[in-house]
Ligand binder design. Structure first.
Ligand SMILES: CC(=O)SCCNC(=O)CCNC(=O)[C@H](O)C(C)(C)COP(=O)(O)OP(=O)(O)OC[C@H]1O[C@@H](n2cnc3c(N)ncnc32)[C@H](O)[C@@H]1OP(=O)(O)O
Ligand SMILES: CC(C)C(=O)C(=O)O
Ligand SMILES: [Mg+2]
Length: 516
């Protein structure tokens, strides 16, 4: 009989806590659908009480995901649990994940609570969560630095209150694998079959995956992890590494398996990279661009003679198709649609038609369209807020001598407005001119440009982070074009549109609070 380890994916919650990884609702829905296709058992879709945007994303994910369980995180506070319960209400399978810190350092300095108070709050939280759902998970935050006697006391109390899963997070990535294993073994002996033991390991010392695997070997039957190892600080344990380690070393994980369809690993990794703009390092295990590349002669010779001389896994097993059909200007709608689905997107016919039009425009300029180009074409569109302002034309002066200047035409409310301005550099001139036209004044916090594919006709992807109002959070804008200046202008206009849509959303939220 095979024993299952549940895979609990927290890319949309802990993963989003990676600096710069904020995602909008539509992007989160795309990732959630792909996670379901990948076969994850539980999707932690966000932290409902964190913001109206988080709440909305969890709610929408709950409406569209029906095979995986949808979960929201909540502090051990009534208002957080209520928000979580309401956000996941439409889901077919739902879970509330509530937590409170149990380590002496967190209780004393952060929570400023006595241990007895922490236990009381934990029991109340689990009992209240049970009024919304049957499936309640409780986490002992910073369990990695908590005292065993206290852990046992609080765990017994929350199981009695109804928690079905007990999560043991190594919140600050402090433990070594053998220590993690010993802790899980002792807790497994204590808990027995009363609840499932879960682990949630962070990567501060590069040990998150090793710690998760040792936990499985010692009785954990749920692992919390993220795609590409995204997550707070140095990240969380990487889903792809845990799953492939269990699959590859069947001799060690005797009879233990996951529900993951490993062929969906690579498409999921690329989707998350395209949406977050955070590329896995090239030498990252499993999904890095060099993970299956052989550079040196002796290795190449060995692999050509017999693949297993230098490969312990097959690229095909993670869905890395080395012989994919090449898409170009002569490709038709069928091949394009199939590729979009293979890449992990779930789009309506109308969205596919729109994407196909953009693909054809690009194919006229670029000989070969790569999978990453297509991902960018689509994610760039879904990342965008409604287009209140639209870039129509851009002209820039030669900036090798003289003052850099830009002439910009923007469409607003059905009319085209043109203006010109100067700046400290060409990009500055473009952004200042857009400010003049729109009447908003942005401060650029971050500007990143990356080539999406190789060659001189590569697409440039620009991501900007702009503050339009000191009292409101910075907004992100994305721009995509073969020309970096056009991509920059598009990114700035997209940030402006996001700001306007955020202002509208906050207004709606305020009105509904007043209604109550
Ligand atoms: C280990 C982890 O990953 S934990 C999850 C981290 N994720 C997030 O923080 C999500 C994003 N966070 C947010 O948007 C905000 O922090 C919010 C909305 C959750 C809370 O915002 P604020 O109410 O302004 O509180 P702030 O974040 O400044 O401080 C946290 C408060 O929660 C308390 N708290 C922290 N954890 C818990 C808990 N598990 N249960 C109850 N209270 C808690 C802290 O003690 C502090 O309380 P205090 O204000 O009485 O000192
Ligand atoms: C909220 C918990 C599970 C967490 O993310 C952590 O402790 O790292
Ligand atoms: Mg965490």
């Amino acid at each position: 009989m095979k024993e299952q380890v549940k895979i609990f994916d927290t890319t949309l919650r802990d993963g989003e806590q990676s600096p710069g990884a904020s995602m909008n609702t539509e992007e989160k829905i795309q990732i959630a659908k792909q996670l379901e296709k990948l076969g994850v058992d539980i999707i932690e879709a966000g932290f409902a009480a964190a913001s109206p945007g988080d709440f909305e994303a969890i709610r929408k994910i709950s409406e569209v995901v029906n095979k995986s369980t949808v979960c929201s995180l909540a502090r051990a506070l009534e208002k957080d649990i209520k928000a979580a319960g309401e956000a996941i209400a439409p889901a077919k399978f739902k879970r509330i994940h509530t937590f409170i810190a149990t380590s002496p350092i967190h209780m004393k300095y952060k929570l400023r609570m006595e241990p007895e108070e922490v236990i009381k709050r934990a029991i109340e939280a689990v009992k209240y969560a049970k009024t919304f759902v049957n499936d309640v998970e409780f986490s002992c935050e910073d369990a990695g630095r908590s005292e065993m006697a206290f852990l046992k006391e609080i765990i017994a109390a929350v199981i009695e209150a109804g928690a079905k899963t007990i999560n043991i997070p190594d919140t600050v990535g402090y433990r070594f694998p053998h220590e993690m294993g010993e802790m899980i073994k002792e807790l497994k002996d204590f808990i027995g079959e009363r609840a499932i033991i879960s682990v949630h390991c962070h990567n501060d010392l590069g040990l998150a995956v090793a710690n998760s695997l040792y936990s499985v070997l010692n009785g954990a039957r749920q692992v919390e992890c993220t795609i590409n190892g995204l997550g707070e600080r140095a990240g969380n344990a990487a889903l792809e590494e845990i799953v492939m380690a269990i699959k590859t070393r069947k001799d060690i994980f005797d009879g233990i398996d996951t529900n993951i369809n490993t062929k969906e690993i690579y498409p999921t990794s690329r989707l998350v990279a395209a949406i977050t703009g955070i590329e896995p390092q090239p030498n990252k295990a499993i999904v890095g661009k060099n993970a299956f590349a052989h550079e040196s002669g002796i290795h190449q010779d060995g692999v050509l003679k017999h693949q297993e001389t230098y490969e312990i896994m097959r690229a095909e097993d993670i869905g890395l198709d080395r012989n994919a059909i090449v898409l170009g200007k002569h490709s038709g709608r069928h091949a394009f649609k199939k590729r979009i689905e293979d890449l992990g997107f779930t789009l309506s016919e109308e969205e596919i038609n729109k994407a196909f039009e953009r693909f054809k425009v690009l194919a006229d300029k670029k000989k070969e369209i790569t999978d990453d180009d297509i991902r960018m074409l689509i994610t760039n569109e879904i990342a965008s807020a409604p287009e209140v302002y639209k870039l129509k034309k851009l002209q820039i002066s030669d900036c090798s001598e003289g003052v850099p200047s830009a002439a910009v035409t923007i469409e607003f409310d059905g009319k085209e407005i043109t203006d010109a301005g100067i700046g400290d550099g060409t990009i500055d001139a473009i952004f200042k001119t857009i400010d003049r036209i729109s009447g908003y004044k942005g401060t650029l916090n971050d500007y990143q440009v990356a080539a999406v594919s190789k060659g001189k006709d590569a697409l440039a992807k620009v991501v900007v982070k702009v503050v339009f109002d000191e009292k409101k959070p910075a907004v992100i804008g994305h721009g995509l074009s073969i020309d970096t200046m056009i991509a920059s202008a598009k990114a700035y206009v997209s940030a402006l549109n996001s700001y306007i849509s955020m202002k509208d959303m906050l207004k709606v939220k305020k009105m509904s609070e007043n209604d109550i």
